[in-house]
Write a protein that binds this ligand. Structure first.
Ligand code: BG6
Length: 488
């Protein structure tokens, strides 16, 4: 492993993401030796904090993981705070001076990683100012990590991208999709392309359908302001889910390089069949959660979560049926669903293989146990393959049995968190698991018509109970094709 030297500059350092993900990730990188001693972190936000306040906050956010007080204060001593008004020019000068100081003190070779972990309204402006005030001029590399949302539709995403591209080149821009940092999402490629038994069958001749579920138990929490403007399609489908679709359906890359992998993913997104406005309600289902019960606890409806949501028509659930028009996948439906306040937290993929033309080992002709490959991403991380065998040894009746590998059960494997992996990738200049602009644009192109059609008509919300697996219509999507959602 490399030990990068770098100054991290985190915009939004008082926020939730910094506290929950970024500080712990930087700490883990440091502790594991994936970051050299030559690093500093500048935290920026509006609040009038001091270095001390920031350090205390960093300490709280990593306390669980640490060993001694000394280690803690060694680590947090690398953190500096500057209160920042993104619109005030004087603060960019101040920031530049601070960074130059820290570069001297920590000998970071001029490498600068700017991380935009805040409300997206200012992404464009900040990028522009960073260039204008010379913050991009250093002896080392400069890179920019951008959190989602990357626009709210294709037009706004383009605008944002143009603004950013005026200041940064495409290869300096790291658009983060944290699903791409998940161990088992990264494993999709390996499971497919390192196994003849799967890859030879990975096409419309042998696969009948693919199902992707990303269900959450949590509701909107304290993110009402962001979430209500967004909704499930923008929050999860446009990015995380379509990224998984791309990884599942892409052709084998000719090399394991950023460029080759991304270009195969882009081809899948390009082949996604556009949904005509008059077909949106046929192939896509939206939902919003009603009150209900989860783990024996009563939970309120979405509209009751916050006074601003009382009349909201924002969807907290989306399911859809996707088709990919290329030689390998023609005719294979890809079903996806994601939502808040569902029965369980699961991210999983089920690949259903076609039935045999005739099977004498079933009890009745109605019975079907197709082979299933499950790729479990969360909470289990692993794979399960369902095959048929005779359990009682009678040699006649077939029943499904499962071959299971669960990474969580393997002693000694301590999977790094998604953010930790992706931060590391960025510091070593590996953009493979970040989204290229073309992917972002194609994903919006796919999602836009759905959102536009939905916007024309009031939904009848709420339409699914908290603690369920979504509206009934999401089941009917599959039933119309003779399928059903497999348990996840
Ligand atoms: C984020 C969404 O991108 O992903 C959240 O904004 C969602 O609404 C989260 O809860 C889910 O991530 P994970 O890693 O918990 O599946």
């Amino acid at each position: 492993t490399q030990q990068p030297k770098v100054v991290f500059v985190i915009f939004g350092a008082t926020g939730d993401l910094a506290k929950r993900k970024l500080f712990p990730s930087i700490y883990n990188l440091y502790k594991k030796g994936n970051l050299s001693e030559n690093f500093a972190v500048v935290g920026l936000a509006r609040r009038p904090w001091t270095d001390e306040t920031l350090r205390e906050n960093v300490e709280t956010s990593i306390r669980k993981a640490t060993a001694t007080e000394e280690e803690l204060s060694d680590f947090t001593s690398h953190f500096y705070y500057q209160s920042f008004d993104v619109t005030d020019d004087a603060t960019y000068d101040g920031l530049n001076k601070l960074i130059i100081d820290l570069e001297g003190k920590y000998e970071t070779d001029g490498n600068r990683l700017f991380y935009l972990a805040m409300a997206p309204n200012f992404f464009g402006l900040i990028a522009k100012k960073l260039k204008e005030y010379g913050l991009k001029e250093s002896a080392g590399w400069t890179r920019l990590i951008i959190e989602k949302p990357f626009g709210t539709n294709l037009a706004t995403a383009k605008e944002l991208n143009n603004e950013i591209r005026e200041a940064f080149d495409e290869d300096q821009i790291y658009r983060i999709d944290h699903y791409l940092g998940k161990e088992m999402v990264q494993n999709i490629e390996v499971i497919r392309f390192a196994n003849g038994i799967f890859e030879h069958l990975w096409n419309n001749q042998f696969i009948s359908n693919i199902q992707i579920t990303a269900s959450e138990v949590l509701g909107v929490e304290d993110r009402a302001r962001y979430y209500d403007q967004s909704g499930a399609a923008r929050d999860m489908l446009q990015n995380h889910i379509l990224q998984m679709v791309a990884l599942l359906l892409m052709e084998p890359p000719i090399k394991l390089t950023t460029k080759e992998i991304r270009s195969e993913k882009i081809k899948v997104l390009r082949a996604l069949r556009k949904i005509n406005p008059d077909e949106v309600y046929k192939y896509f289902v939206r939902g919003q959660y009603d009150a209900g019960e989860i783990n024996n606890q009563a939970v309120p409806s979405y509209r009751e979560e916050h006074e601003d949501l009382a009349f909201s028509n924002t969807e907290t659930f989306v399911a859809g049926r996707l088709l990919v028009d290329n030689y390998r996948w023609a005719g294979v439906p890809i079903y996806v669903r994601t939502g808040k306040r569902m029965a369980e937290k699961t991210i999983s993929i089920v690949v259903q293989f076609r039935d045999l033309p005739m099977n004498l080992y079933y009890k009745s002709h109605k019975q079907r146990y197709p082979n299933l490959l499950r790729i479990n991403i969360q909470p289990d991380a692993g794979v399960t393959l369902s095959i048929n065998a005779s359990k009682e040894g009678t040699g006649s009746l077939a029943e499904p049995i499962e071959l299971t590998y669960n990474q969580n059960d393997v002693p000694g494997i301590n999977t790094p968190e998604a953010y930790e992996k992706l931060l590391y990738d960025c510091t070593i200049g590996d953009a493979t698991n970040f989204t290229h602009w073309d992917e972002v644009a194609l994903s919006w192109e796919f999602v836009d018509p759905i959102l536009e059609t939905w916007a024309e008509k009031q939904p009848s919300f709420p339409n699914y109970k908290s603690g369920s697996m979504g509206p009934r219509a999401a089941d009917e999507l599959l039933e119309k094709d003779g399928f059903h959602w497999w348990d996840v």
